[in-house]
Design a protein around this ligand. Structure first.
Ligand code: SF4
Length: 351
């Protein structure tokens, strides 16, 4: 009985719920925010899991809970500590929002329980608000994200080419809401997320072991893996030059100003301009090339290893936002994941 537009949701709901929920009860992963649930753990896990794989999140989550076990501890923590605990997870605005959220949360006269109230807190959009309130307060809110869109477009074999995921979410929110299991919306939402993360995966859906296989039009038509169809965003290529200078057992870093919109107070290897290095000084140096991608940007980073005496030979100091960090203090500063990798690699290869 495939799900298609001609069949009423109610008739399909029962079979869908039974198959999905039986599977989830027996097969879900014992993630720490599920085995020992609390509102705080749900909120932290939801923020950490945005755009990040669960396997990556797990050690961060455990470390975070040891250091900042509740809203109050997080609200009181200095920002440097919060960012340090987040180092390597990327998308640092999530850490800052979580910190701001905790500060606002502890001031509230009572715990918000509705999705609308949660959406007023920093970093909480419709999906996260639905996840938090359905899991923690049994609110009848459907979570609709990329995982859920993937499952629903495959169940319905929808070949629409969506302009972006926002358009797909808009179209599929009513179906997700129609399929919600009101007696236990939190469990249902987690079952959908788990199905999307472990069975109905992006490139290679495991249809033969899927609990809702018999209801799935996409699996029957053999098109499932190509769904959903989204217009490809145009990629943009960017080149960035960086310099590597060690002097008196210290490395030169650029410290991003506190008022910067992105990555404030974090450290990076400086660009030549930030370090006050003239481009002529780079001409004879063959840079180390490292490539990375952030969203639609493909970035080529050229790291120029400058001689040790670079700054003792010239009058000018490095740029005003640059700092010298002793080699034995590198672990204490906050670096983005790629910069931490490059620094570790360069220290190893040049020691
Ligand atoms: S049968 Fe395949 S395509 Fe359909 S929901 Fe399951 S894993 Fe996804």
């Amino acid at each position: 009985m495939p799900i298609n537009k001609s069949r009423g949701l109610i008739a399909l709901q029962k079979a869908f719920h039974q198959s999905l929920h039986d599977w989830y009860r027996s097969n879900h992963r014992p993630l720490p925010w599920r085995t020992e649930p609390s509102l705080y753990r749900t909120v932290v896990s939801e923020l950490m899991c945005q755009q990040t794989q669960i396997a990556t999140v797990l050690p961060y989550f455990e470390r975070w809970m040891k250091e900042l076990p509740n809203f109050s501890a997080l609200a009181k923590a200095p920002e440097e500590k919060v960012l340090k605990l987040w180092e390597g997870l990327g998308y640092y605005s999530r850490a800052r929002n979580l910190h701001r959220l905790a500060k606002e949360f502890v001031q509230l006269p009572q715990t918000p329980t509705s999705a609308l109230e949660w959406q007023k807190l920093p970093g909480i959009g419709p999906y996260t608000a639905a996840a938090i309130t359905s899991i923690s307060f049994n609110a009848a809110e459907a979570c609709v994200d990329g995982n859920v869109i993937r499952i629903l477009t495959r169940l319905t074999a929808d070949k629409t080419v969506f302009k972006n995921s926002t358009a797909a979410i808009k179209k599929y929110t009513p179906l997700a809401e129609g399929l919600l299991y009101n007696p236990d919306p939190g469990m249902h939402n987690q079952a959908m997320m788990e199905l999307g993360a472990t069975i109905c995966t992006k490139g290679n859906p495991l249809c033969t072991i899927c609990p809702v296989y018999t209801l799935c039009e996409g699996a029957r038509s053999g098109d499932a893996s190509s769904l959903p169809r989204l217009e490809r965003p145009k990629t943009e290529k960017i080149s960035v030059d960086r310099v590597w200078v060690i002097q008196n057992k210290k490395i030169l870093f650029h410290r991003i100003p506190p008022n910067a919109k992105r990555m404030a107070k974090q450290h990076e290897l400086p660009t030549p301009e930030q370090a006050g290095i003239h481009s002529d000084q780079l001409k004879k140096i063959k840079p180390l090339i490292r490539k990375r991608s952030i969203t639609r940007y493909q970035i080529t980073e050229s790291i120029y290893m400058l001689p040790n005496e670079t700054f003792s030979d010239q009058k000018s100091d490095p740029g005003k936002d640059c700092v010298w960090v002793p080699l034995n203090k590198i672990e204490e500063i906050t670096l983005s994941g790629p910069h931490r990798r490059w620094v570790t690699e360069l220290l190893q290869t040049n020691s």
